[in-house]
Design a protein around this ligand. Structure first.
Ligand code: HEM
Ligand code: HEM
Length: 174
């Protein structure tokens, strides 16, 4: 096996696209909350896009078990770091959407969504004492930092080592 399976490749890039959208929608939602103008629709769209990252991550771990992965590029400290970052990325991809769901369940947003009454949604400062909200924010930052290191690693392989690692995560050319 020299490459990831097609479905692993598809889910890798689809997750990236959904993450960018969820991040943007989350920032918009937080801004709307600060202006006391958040809407039920804003919550639903962010929750659905973010929730689909969770669904894709569960599917991805299942595919990974069934399809396997190409062998590690080597056994250096950098290769081990890359593997550790992959595992941490999976953990954060799972915990981040879950913390978002707990944020809703443990705040006034839960009541607002259940009743469909937007006037109950948290307004500026409404998440101050919601622990899951802080966890959600910390996980967003953690994910961004991990993704930056991950992408720098991919760039190093592509342009410095020139060892063809990128091909493992790109669709096969026939
Ligand atoms: C991987 C997927 C997700 C990403 C990347 C993401 C990203 C974000 C970001 C960037 C924020 C703004 C944080 C801030 O600056 O205050 C946010 C807020 C929030 N997210 Fe997510 N999120 C994800 C999944 C979810 C899910 C699945 C839910 C719930 C079903 C959710 C619920 C929330 C809530 C309730 C807030 C607070 C909004 C506010 O402060 O008004 N998130 N998210
Ligand atoms: C432009 C952005 C990205 C590039 C160029 C990229 C590139 C790659 C490449 C080349 C691999 C294969 C590594 C190997 O064979 O050892 C890989 C694997 C992986 N990528 Fe990315 N990636 C990007 C963004 C992301 C993002 C945003 C995430 C998650 C938040 C992510 C999560 C992963 C994970 C978890 C693996 C390990 C797959 C496995 O072994 O199960 N990637 N990426």
């Amino acid at each position: 096996m020299t490459q990831y399976s097609n479905r692993m490749i598809l889910v890798h890039w689809l997750t990236l696209a959904l993450l960018v959208a969820a991040w943007f929608l989350g920032e918009e939602l937080a801004e709307a909350t600060d202006e006391s103008q958040a809407t039920i629709a804003g919550y639903l769209v962010h929750g659905i896009v973010g929730g689909s990252v969770l669904l894709l991550t569960v599917l991805r771990l299942l595919f990974r078990r069934q399809d396997g992965t190409p062998p590690a590029m080597g056994d250096t400290a950098m290769d081990k770091l890359a593997k550790g970052i992959h595992h941490t990325l999976y953990t954060v991809l799972f915990l981040l959407p879950v913390s978002g769901m707990i944020t809703i369940a443990s705040s006034d947003a839960g009541k607002a969504l259940l009743s469909g009454d937007a006037s109950l949604l948290p307004v500026d400062g409404g998440y101050e004492h919601v622990f899951a909200h802080e966890v959600h924010e910390v996980l967003v930052t953690t994910l961004i930092l991990l993704a930056i290191v991950h992408v720098l690693g991919a760039i190093k392989h592509q342009f410095i080592a020139k060892d063809g690692l990128m091909e493992r995560m790109l669709p096969r050319r026939k």
